[in-house]
Write a protein that binds this ligand. Structure first.
Ligand SMILES: Nc1ncnc2c1ncn2[C@@H]1O[C@H](COP(=O)(O)OP(=O)(O)OP(=O)(O)O)[C@@H](O)[C@H]1O
Length: 119
């Protein structure tokens, strides 16, 4: 039980470390809070919340994993290396895919509500 609690603390520390060191992580957090407030404002249905939360979770989790992969890659390849380039590009692509699909989910859910609000 104690072990689990300590492990949880390490994981939370990992989120803060990524927030401090990764500019993209800060952007993801800002977008997450804006989306959550928008969700509360527009009173999303349970179904809509599920999609929004899954999309946010995927983006944050992939960004954290991408950060870890970058750190490992920097240790494995201190200099310029074609494999380091491939690894980082592919890892970054995983975040991009998650972010693009999250943006699509956000657009499908929020666009009609925003249009309805301003028209
Ligand atoms: N050791 C390396 N050898 C060759 N190319 C590299 C190497 N390190 C990075 N690159 C190239 O530069 C790009 C950016 O690398 P970098 O480590 O700055 O990642 P980043 O995505 O900008 O990280 P961050 O999210 O921390 O800003 C990589 O996607 C890759 O194409």
């Amino acid at each position: 039980m104690k072990r689990n609690r300590v492990g949880f603390n390490y994981a939370i520390r990992g989120i803060f470390t990524a927030l401090q060191t990764e500019y993209n992580m800060k952007i993801h957090f800002v977008v997450m809070f804006v989306t959550l407030f928008a969700g509360l404002y527009f009173q999303l249905s349970v179904f809509e919340w599920l999609f929004v939360l899954i999309a946010i979770g995927f983006v944050l989790a992939f960004e954290l994993m991408n950060t870890a992969i970058e750190l490992v890659t920097n240790q494995l390849f201190p200099g310029q290396h074609e494999d380091a380039k491939r690894i980082k590009d592919i890892s970054a692509a995983s975040v991009l895919i998650a972010a693009v699909f999250a943006a699509i989910v956000g657009t499908i859910i929020f666009a009609p509500k925003v249009i309805n609000l301003i028209s």
